[in-house]
Design a protein around this ligand. Sequence first.
Ligand SMILES: Nc1ncnc2c1ncn2[C@@H]1O[C@H](COP(=O)(O)OP(=O)(O)O)[C@@H](O)[C@H]1O
Ligand SMILES: [Mg+2]
Length: 353
Amino acid sequence: MKVTFKDVTLSYDGKIDTLKHLNFEIPDGSLVSLLGPSGGGKTTTLNLISGLLPATSGHIYFGDEDVTKKDALARKVGMVFQNYSLYPHLSVRDNIAFPLKMQHVSRKERYAKAEELAKLVHVDDQLDKKPGELSGGQQQRVAIARALAKSPSLLLLDEPLSNLDARLRIEMRQEIRRIQRETGVTTIFVTHDQDEALHISDNIMVLSFGKIQQFSAPDDLYERPSNLFVAKFIGEPVINTLPAETLKADLQGHVPDEIFAKAVTAGLRSEALVPFDNGQGILTTFHATLAYKQKYGREATAALNYNGQTLLSTEMAGLPADQKEGDFFITKAGFFLFDEAGALIFGGEAHDQ
Ligand SMILES: Nc1ncnc2c1ncn2[C@@H]1O[C@H](COP(=O)(O)OP(=O)(O)O)[C@@H](O)[C@H]1O
Ligand SMILES: [Mg+2]
């Protein structure tokens, strides 16, 4: 089911707008993540989609139908939460079948559906157990199966993996992707974890301060962040930022003057600072001293001192150990300029190729 928001605003207290004029379209059959820091408005947005929360203004459409005034039951969404919220006294079979029981579907039919869904989420060998006898990952599989029982218009998941340990989170995010592909159900997945969002989504909506900061394909967030917030939020290590003015001499002739005049902040990904021109598209050169080099496992980082700023590079592993300074290169990919409002005004060429 396609979901469209037209100028949707939400205020909890009638004074402050928690969500400000949201406009977006989630294509039918896709998996979209809502990604952002805590308090950014992810759960609020999800609750507006589900109908648990009425919009203060604006319109919400499922397909071509205006559902703004429809309640959660009428919207027929399936929901999964961080804490599983299974019924502890019911078996796995009865938990999955529960929504169908509420709809007075016959016992035979609802158990057949429960078994089919248990197979889909790989808990078909656990049907007679109680939730308390299952691992966290298995419980979340059961919760997903239950959410799918009513053949929902949408599957909504609010930080479903946050209670699981790191290894299981990786396994489960792949499972959610697989289940979404197999069922084709339009899925909206809330997370504050960029890695999670980048790995499973067709598209990612970055939400912060109640606004959509960017809504695009995962690679675009990294290669062409629309603003400084996204540039700093996505990527590990965090992008180097410095006053654009610092780079003025080295950018002269490489960035159009009228663009540079508006630039306030420069962003340089750590892999955009390289020791040699190896043909990957060089923007300019700069002279810097090496503050330190560090190596852990496969990763080597170096800190460069440049015009009073420190820049982190992950590409300096090949330099001689005793090298103290040198002329280095900035690649076009991973170099950005932002204006006073934080909007991207230069860079993102990697995307154009
Ligand atoms: N029921 C509520 N009443 C009042 N304010 C709320 C309520 N729920 C959330 N908020 C506020 O709305 C903002 C967004 O919250 P939320 O949507 O839960 O963010 P997220 O899920 O991204 O962490 C926060 O400032 C939060 O304090
Ligand atoms: Mg939340």
